[in-house]
Each structure stands twice: as C-alpha cells, then as structure tokens.
Design a protein around this ligand. Structure first.
Ligand code: NAD
Length: 260
C-alpha cells in the first residue's frame, strides 16, 4: 500500500499518466497531477480512484518545457502533500519528420519535455527522498529508448537519454531505499498515438481503423495495443517494497517489439 505516501505524476491528465495516477491513488497515495486539457475531468477520475483512502488529489499546470514552472510545481507538491515520495516522469510529446526536415524548435520542445524536465524533477525530489530514505522514480520512456524508428529523431534521442538518466540515478541512489527505473511501452492507444493514426490514414487514404492496425502490426508482433492500465500495474510494482532491488532497469512492455 502507498497510504501516506505522496506522488507527483507529470502529464497525468491523459493516457498512460492518467492511468498511473489512478493506480497510485487507488493504492492510497496522495497525488499531484500535471498536464493540460480537461483537467477537472481527469482529476475527478483520480479522486474517485483514491476515494476509499481519502487520497488528496491536486493538479499543477506547469509547462514542463519551462524550468521555472517545473520548480513551482515541485514547490506546490511539497507544500500541498508534504514532499514527493513517488515521482513518475511520464509527460512526453512526439514529432514525426526526417532529420533534415525536422523543425529546430520542435527538436528543442521534444528534448525539453521528454528528457530535460525529468532531469529537473529528479534533481528537485532527490534530496527529500534521501532525507526520508525512501523514494521511487519511474520514468515512462518507450521502446524508442531501446531501439529506433525512422523520422523520430528527437523522440528516440530523448527516450534513449531518459533510459541513460534512469541508469545514472539508479547508480547514485544504489545504497539507499530510493530506486529509479524506466518503463518502455510499445504502441499504447492514447491521444499521442491517435494523432499518428490520423496522419497515416490521411496520407494513405485509409480509414482510421485500417491505419491503426497497419501502424501496430508493422512493429509489434502481438498486433495488439498495450493497455495503459497494464503499464500502471507495472509502475505500482516498481513502487512496491518487493521491487527494492530492481534498479536501473528499462522494462519493455511492447508485444514483442524489441525481441525481434
Ligand atoms: P498523451 O498525449 O495521452 O498524454 C501526454 C500527457 O502529457 C498529457 O497529460 C499532456 O497534457 C501532458 N503534456 C504534454 N506536454 C506537456 C508539457 N509541456 N508540460 C506538461 N504536461 C505536458 O500521451 P501518452 O501516450 O499517454 O504518453 C505518455 C508517455 O508515454 C509519454 O512520455 C510517451 O512518450 C510515452 N509513450 C507512449 C506510447 C504510446 O504508444 N502512446 C508508447 C511509448 C511511450
């Protein structure tokens, strides 16, 4: 149980982050959410998940590309929840283009949100975790932290970087009760992927369901999407005491993608 613990989950108004925030609240943690879009709806979902424990659920709208806002979010989490015991670096963005066509400002944005923000949140929460001698950092990377695909230079670079950061933090905390691990999903059906489905459907003149099947089947031997809730279960395991000596792993949940 995570009762009495506090969690900060970036990008938790949608998709995988929302599922992880729900699972943490259902395990009893107080949660600081973050992200854009329909905040109130997402917050109500997480609050409902934590209702049996009376879990507190707050939200901070920091744009993670801005270090001042990341620092403000960390301050808000510390003040509202008394610290951060579980940090989930989940927020991520994608841009698809060949390297030579890749807009420099998109490159900077992808690196800022997917990688640099995780460095900032990690450096901010670690002193408190060390002081309490307990902490769990879970980085939502991707199979693209382990292997590459064409036209995703910034994303693949950022996710390989996030896996690297995960390993370094795991080493630096190895003699403590703080752990740091990464989860590497294959295709998960979320708004992030839906944008790629729509682009493919338009490009190939197919209907969205055919484009969705083609997209998944191309890389993922199972041919099936990974569910956000299965990733949330893995995140919960990594937060458990049983996972105490799981350190610095990059755990793929990918329907066989990187086994090929
Ligand atoms: P999503 O688009 O559904 O959710 C992204 C979340 O991040 C949202 O809450 C959004 O508001 C937030 N966000 C985006 N930019 C932000 C910013 N600048 N500041 C603060 N919040 C911001 O995406 P998802 O598919 O759930 O992806 C979550 C994570 O999982 C990402 O890191 C993504 O790279 C990774 N991932 C996704 C898949 C997939 O197939 N969907 C596969 C592997 C890895």
């Amino acid at each position: 149980s995570l009762r009495g613990k506090s969690a900060l989950v970036t990008g938790s108004t949608s998709g995988i982050g929302l599922a992880i925030a729900e699972a943490l609240a259902a395990a009893g943690a107080n949660v600081m959410m973050n992200g854009f879009g329909d905040v109130e709806r997402a917050r109500a979902t997480v609050r409902a998940a934590g209702a049996v424990h009376g879990a507190r659920v707050e939200h901070h709208g920091a744009n993670l590309a801005n270090v001042d806002e990341v620092e403000a979010m960390h301050r808000a989490a510390s003040e509202a929840l008394g610290g951060v015991d579980v940090l989930v670096n989940n927020a991520g963005i994608q841009h698809v283009a060949k390297v030579e066509d890749f807009p420099p400002e998109r490159w900077d944005a992808v690196l800022a949100v997917n990688l640099t923000a995780a460095y900032h949140t990690t450096r901010l929460v670690l002193p408190g975790m060390r002081a309490r001698d307990w902490g769990r950092i879970v980085n939502v990377a991707s199979v693209h932290g382990l292997v590459a695909s064409a036209e995703k230079s910034a994303y693949v670079a950022s996710k390989h970087g996030l896996v690297g950061l995960t390993k370094v933090v795991a080493l630096e905390t190895a003699r403590t009760n703080v752990t740091c691990n990464a989860i590497c999903p294959g295709w998960v059906q979320t708004p992030l992927v839906e944008a790629q489905v729509q682009a493919r459907a338009e490009r190939e003149g197919r209907d969205p369901s055919a484009a969705r099947e083609a997209l998944v089947g191309e890389k993922q031997p199972s041919g099936a999407f990974v569910s956000p809730s299965s990733l949330a279960e893995l995140a919960l395991f990594l937060c458990s005491d049983a996972a105490r000596e799981v350190r610095g792993v990059a755990w793929n949940v990918d329907g066989g993608w990187v086994a090929q």
